[in-house]
Design a protein around this ligand. Structure first.
Ligand SMILES: Nc1ncnc2c1ncn2[C@@H]1O[C@H](COP(=O)(O)OP(=O)(O)OP(=O)(O)O)[C@@H](O)[C@H]1O
Length: 265
């Protein structure tokens, strides 16, 4: 199936028949199986599915952290297969933002130095106006000089979001960005992501196990056994939960535990 939204708009992320196989002939695993999807600029997409369905592999291939075995990935109009490792690293640094479950901030650096690190790594001088705007957007203007250890989990994730936004990337990829946060803090972080999409037109792709988190997205795409098996636009928590039940996610107690949110069956 194809997850294209509007065939006339130019997608910012495009996967064409992407497959990713792991292992050799004896222990072959098809982590992604012929996935084609287009994601439009300024949209928020959640990627869901049972454990082992290929969500991380999807994210890694779409973000140029891993190379597909076959098929093509275009990001912001660039065929990622055309980039050698060094160019791909530069492209990721400049055009892609990442937000992970574990925040991944540098503890010795202040908030402002963490946020501006990607720019400085790219040899660019951070523009004060842009940095101030991003810090204001994430509500951390008053914490510029704090170290990550002095901040709450939600504040640390907001620093990570600011760091992802500051390069004005084509896409921000999130891997369970609210997985380590309590329900209320997760909601605040998801509101911030939502505002980044609505206010500055940021494109966001987020892997999550949590139907509540997914309900903040414009659309949810579901994977099962490496295949794209369904799409829900303007999702509600109930619709997402129902779809996951069909895919058998909620039969997996490990997954229920990891969502961090209680979802009634
Ligand atoms: N480096 C690897 N080598 C071999 N198999 C792998 C590798 N990475 C992933 N796989 C396999 O590919 C399949 C998809 O894995 P993936 O991590 O993408 O799933 P997932 O949906 O993100 O799972 P989870 O929700 O548990 O994080 C799984 O069967 C997994 O065991």
């Amino acid at each position: 199936m194809d997850g294209t939204q509007d065939p006339h708009a130019r997608p910012v992320v495009r996967l064409d028949a992407v497959s990713r196989l792991y292992g050799g002939s004896k222990n072959r695993v098809t982590a992604l199986d012929n996935v084609s999807i287009s994601l439009q600029r300024g949209t928020f997409t959640a990627v869901m599915g049972p454990s082992g369905s290929g969500k991380s592999t999807f994210l890694h291939c779409a973000a140029g952290l891993d190379r597909p075995t076959s098929g093509a990935v275009h990001l912001d109009g660039v065929d990622l297969a055309s980039l050698r490792e060094k160019a791909l690293t530069k492209f990721r640094r400049e055009r892609i933002g990442f937000v992970f479950q574990a925040f991944n901030l540098l503890p010795a650096l202040s908030v402002v130095d963490n946020v501006t690190l990607p720019l400085r790594l790219a040899g660019k001088r951070p523009k004060k106006g842009v940095v101030d705007e991003v810090l204001e957007h994430v509500g951390l203007s008053g914490k510029r000089r704090s170290r990550p250890g002095e901040l709450s989990g939600g504040q640390q994730q907001r620093v990570a979001i600011a760091r992802a936004l500051v390069t004005q990337p084509a896409v921000i990829f999130g891997d369970e960005p609210t997985g380590a946060l309590d329900t209320r803090t997760a909601a605040e972080v998801l509101m911030l992501v939502r505002q980044s999409v609505d206010v500055v037109g940021q494109t966001v792709v987020m892997v999550t196990h949590d139907p509540v988190a997914a309900s903040y997205a414009d659309r949810v795409v579901f994977l099962a056994d490496g295949r794209l098996t369904g799409v829900v636009d303007r999702p509600t928590v109930e619709q997402v939960t129902e779809q996951l039940q069909k895919l058998g996610t909620w039969g997996d107690p490990f997954n229920i535990q990891r969502t961090g949110h209680e979802v009634r069956r």
